[in-house]
Design a protein around this ligand. Structure first.
Ligand code: 8WW
Length: 158
């Protein structure tokens, strides 16, 4: 069996009552879509440290404590590398979000999330994120716009 190539990535959502901070990706993977803040986990750092680092680098927000909310595996048809995305949320943080080369931050009301300008899977798992339900999910993509298959499971606290 082939070695499954996994790329470990992070995704962080900053929360205020009734609102969520999204960033417009200005370059690279997912460019042109609103998303959480995140990216690669570097050698020598934990996934949690990587998540905090990316949040700070991408919008200047410093989160002392991140809450783990989900784990999503993304597979793309005919590509060997699976993206394993660790999803977190931050409700305690310091710093006003600022625009960087990577991301343009904007607060959205939870009732006005711009799903048409986000990855097509997001509207499927956002209800878990917004309701604070921990979840695991899998999405098989054809290209960047079509979800061929998926599942989402709610996770009890271990
Ligand atoms: N919401 C969402 N995010 C991603 S990639 C998130 C991880 C990442 C990757 C690269 C730079 C920064 C952050 C997705 N891929 C396929 N559907 C998706 N949905």
């Amino acid at each position: 069996m082939s070695l499954s190539l996994k790329k470990i990535l992070t995704l962080v959502f900053v929360r205020e009552p009734g609102k969520i901070l999204l960033g417009m990706k200005k370059r690279g993977f997912g460019c042109g879509r609103w998303n959480g803040f995140g990216g690669k986990v570097e050698k020598g750092e934990t996934i949690l440290q990587g998540a905090k680092r990316e949040l700070l680098e991408e919008c200047g927000v410093s989160a002392k404590h991140l809450e783990s909310v989900g784990l999503i595996n993304f597979e793309f048809e005919n590509e060997p590398e699976i993206l394993e995305v660790h999803v977190f949320q931050a409700s305690k943080y310091t710093g006003e979000p600022i625009e960087t080369e990577e991301m343009r931050p904007q607060w959205y009301k939870e009732s006005e999330i711009p799903f048409h300008l986000m990855w097509p899977d997001d509207e499927l798992w956002f209800p878990y994120l917004l309701s604070g339900k921990q979840f695991e999910a899998f999405f098989l993509f054809r290209g960047m716009d079509v979800v061929l298959e998926y599942w989402i499971k709610e996770k009890g606290l271990n």
